[in-house]
Design a protein around this ligand. Structure first.
Ligand code: 2DT
Ligand code: MG
Length: 209
């Protein structure tokens, strides 16, 4: 019986870090096996590739846009077998960002969508994408953006537009402006059946099917 792969996506300040943490704790409290050190975040900044990405995001280096896109993807490929192994052991894996962020940010910067998708083809596919939706008005009320690249209104608006394009009926779209407990309960309502369903579906699908 395999675990479920649950991906959280959304723009900056939509609450992904908080909710992936709360959600992981809630799964554990319900007796569901969760991969060690969950939630796993992308970019995973401590691997060799992740360190290059981190230097870019913190303005310490410059990279060609396409090279950067491939590095973000490589950073996921580095973890792909660990994700599959955990799922096969029956552990649920919770991810804070994944290939959808990879596409959204690169396309927002002008790269072609089909080219962007190629790099992630074959990665383990999520059982559900939880999209934390935050309107620009609600985002403006939250704390100021930080000083990393992309943490500005112009980029966030462009990214939100691409997420809209990527979204399918399979995504669980949650109003991230609601209070923390309400958001968590909404996610749990839908994610618990997903975990149960994964148990009875041995096959782990791959992107982009
Ligand atoms: P965090 O703020 O979540 O640490 O992300 N990004 C992320 C990309 O441009 N491509 C990707 O593939 C991923 C996973 C989103 C740091 C920034 O990196 C962006 C914000
Ligand atoms: Mg950030």
């Amino acid at each position: 019986m395999r675990g479920a792969l649950i991906v959280f996506e959304g723009t900056d300040r939509s609450g992904k870090s908080t909710q992936t943490r709360n959600f992981t704790n809630a799964l554990q409290a319900a007796g569901i096996a969760v991969a060690e050190h969950s939630p796993w975040s992308f970019p995973h900044r401590t691997s060799p590739v992740g360190q290059v990405i981190n230097a870019y995001l913190t303005n310490k280096t410059h990279l060609h846009e396409r090279a950067l896109h491939l590095l973000f993807s490589a950073n996921r490929w580095e973890k792909a077998s660990q994700i599959r192994q955990a799922l096969r052991r029956g552990e649920t894996v919770v991810l804070d960002r994944y290939a959808y962020s990879g596409i959204a940010y690169s396309v927002a910067k002008g790269l072609p969508l089909t080219w962007c998708k190629c790099a992630d083809e074959g990665l383990p596919a999520p059982d559900v994408v939880v999209f934390l939706h935050l309107s620009p008005e609600a985002a403006a009320k939250r704390a100021d953006y930080g000083s990393e690249r992309y943490e500005n209104k112009h980029m966030q608006t462009a990214v939100a537009k691409v997420f809209e394009q990527l979204r399918t009926e399979q995504w669980l779209v949650v109003d991230a402006d609601a209070d923390e407990a309400t958001v968590l309960n909404r996610i749990l309502d839908s994610a618990m059946p997903t975990v149960a369903k994964a148990r009875s579906t041995p096959h782990i699908a791959s992107l982009w099917n």
